[in-house]
Design a protein around this ligand. Structure first.
Ligand SMILES: Nc1ncnc2c1ncn2[C@@H]1O[C@H](COP(=O)(O)OP(=O)(O)OP(=O)(O)O)[C@@H](O)[C@H]1O
Ligand SMILES: [Mg+2]
Length: 489
């Protein structure tokens, strides 16, 4: 080899080294994380199993379908070399060995005032056909945890427009309440009433895992044009995959957080928390988590407080999220594990009773079983005293209701029960409220005060004396009981 060719070769080598220098540098950089495609190995139920790719839990992948399109899936777990994914949409069109391409992205959601008046799906895409969202900001789905010491206390009552709740179960701004009932007892209607009547800057509604038909009903009838102006609805009905239903709950919470962080007073309504728990159960069971309590895996009971704790008051200077979660109590079993767990983590619960609903008294609130844990901090002594008296009469009557309605109770045997019986029609009238009737906070307190200020019904059966005179006959015990039970549910 001549000297000339040798020098040319040397120069060329240097040129090539120079040309590839930046590739060499990128390859040796610590933060360089190449996206390696994997392949689809298994699809069982709703779980997709991929091998060969490295994607963190919570990130998204695109899975190629037979027709060359892609479906979006989120990493929900892994085992050795397999990554478990769940689709955020339809699962149709997947084939063995399809490409699985990690996008390296986690869920981000659009936020801002442009969301007001819109209906979104679980990923934050508009469902209402009113064009793209006019938001300029995107945030990660995971909100920030609030230091419990920095959280503002609940110290101000909130007018929810329902007489019985305002007065007997006063809700504070920033409180998180549960609405517990069996199916068809009136949870959604009561939630709808509160949506329309509550004072709030922004209302975020999460319709999670319930009927699709109800979404339109909620938007058109419950909220209406006026209500929608200050509302954002996130709808992931029952036919959505479990991951979407979960996302719907997280998304509505995230949106509420965004408005709270900007000082707004937010009302967050979620229908229902049970469906959120069931979606989490579906996801967890399908990736192999063992069931623990009544078929629910432990992660369900870890996620419930994570979701609920994100609502509430913010740090100093921030706004608040007052939240209502409906909880389905299956077979009216109040010891259902989800209901039990929810009751423990929420700041109070309004229980609706099937027996009351069947008697036609709506909202069918069971005053005895319901409690607002923030009540003593936000109400004065006079109100607390009136509530105590109301509760005493209420439970006394309820405990003896069966006796009274079969005519086994005789007036005069217990003066306190006589008084409760005298109060009962008024108690019922007080609790009854039409779907379109709003009762202000002051109005509710005034009604409670008035209930006690009127003298109770005559203790010595004046009514039955009048009836006797009308019928011309002395009533039999059963008929006399009717005078009571007519007032009963
Ligand atoms: N305040 C009310 N006034 C009159 N009727 C009511 C009232 N609340 C509920 N109802 C009646 O009860 C029915 C069921 O109510 P709703 O749909 O709210 O129950 P739900 O508890 O949400 O049921 P599900 O568990 O099936 O979702 C309503 O269709 C309505 O007929
Ligand atoms: Mg409902």
């Amino acid at each position: 080899m001549t000297e000339a060719t040798e020098s040319i070769q040397l120069r060329r080598r240097e040129q090539w080294l120079e040309r590839f220098a930046h590739y060499r540098e990128r390859l040796t950089r610590q933060d360089w994380n190449p996206l390696v495609e994997g392949v689809l190995r298994r699809v069982v139920g709703l779980t997709i199993e991929a091998v060969g790719c490295r994607a963190p839990v919570g990130s998204h992948c695109r899975v190629e379908t037979a027709d060359g399109g892609f479906i979006d899936a989120e990493v929900v777990g892994f085992s050795e070399d397999s990554v478990f994914l769940m689709p955020t949409g339809e699962l149709a069109g997947l084939v063995p060995n399809a490409r699985v391409i990690p996008t390296g992205k986690t869920s981000r959601v659009p936020v801002g005032d442009g969301l007001l008046g819109r209906v979104l799906d679980g990923t934050g895409r508009p469902l209402d056909g009113n064009g793209p969202l006019e938001t300029s900001e995107e945030v990660s789905m995971t909100g920030r945890m609030i230091n419990p010491l920095a959280r503002q206390p609940i110290d101000e009552p909130l007018d929810v427009g329902i007489r019985s709740i305002n007065s007997l179960l006063t809700v504070g701004r920033g409180q998180r309440m549960g609405l517990f009932a069996g199916s068809g007892v009136g949870k959604s209607v009561l939630l709808g009433m509160m949506t329309r009547f509550t004072e709030a800057d922004v209302i975020v509604v999460g319709l999670i895992g319930e009927r699709g038909r109800e979404v339109n009903e909620f938007v058109q009838e419950t909220l209406g044009e006026e209500g929608m102006r200050r509302a954002v609805v996130v709808a992931t009905p029952a036919d959505n995959p479990p991951l979407m239903r979960l996302q719907g709950a997280w998304l509505s919470t995230r949106i509420a957080e965004h408005f709270r962080d900007r000082g707004r007073k937010v009302l967050l309504l979620m229908d229902s928390l049970t469906r959120f728990a069931q979606a989490q159960r579906e996801v967890a069971l399908s990736i192999g988590e063992p069931p623990a309590t009544k078929g629910y895996p432990p992660s369900v009971f870890a996620k419930l407080p994570q979701l609920v704790e994100r609502a509430g008051n913010g740090d100093q200077g921030e706004g608040s999220i007052t939240a209502f979660y409906t909880v389905l109590v299956e077979g009216d079993d109040q010891t259902d594990p989800v209901a039990d767990s929810a009751r423990a983590i929420l700041d109070g619960h309004v229980v609706l009773s099937r027996a009351v609903a069947e008697s036609g008294l709506y909202p069918a609130i069971d005053v005895e079983a319901s409690v607002s844990r923030a009540m003593t901090a936000i109400t004065d002594e006079a109100q607390q005293e009136q509530v105590k008296r109301f509760r005493q009469y209420y439970s006394l009557y309820r405990q003896n209701q069966d006796l009274i309605s079969v005519g086994a109770y005789k007036r005069g045997s217990d003066p306190r029960l006589d008084e409760a019986v005298g109060y009962w029609p008024r108690i019922q009238e007080f609790l009854r409220q039409g779907m379109n009737e709003r009762v202000s906070f002051e109005g509710s307190l005034a009604a409670l005060k008035q209930l006690h200020s009127q003298p109770s019904e005559p203790k010595t059966g004046q009514q039955s004396v009048r009836r006797e005179a009308e019928s011309g006959a002395r009533p039999q015990p059963r008929q006399a009981a009717k005078a009571y039970s007519g007032a009963a549910e």
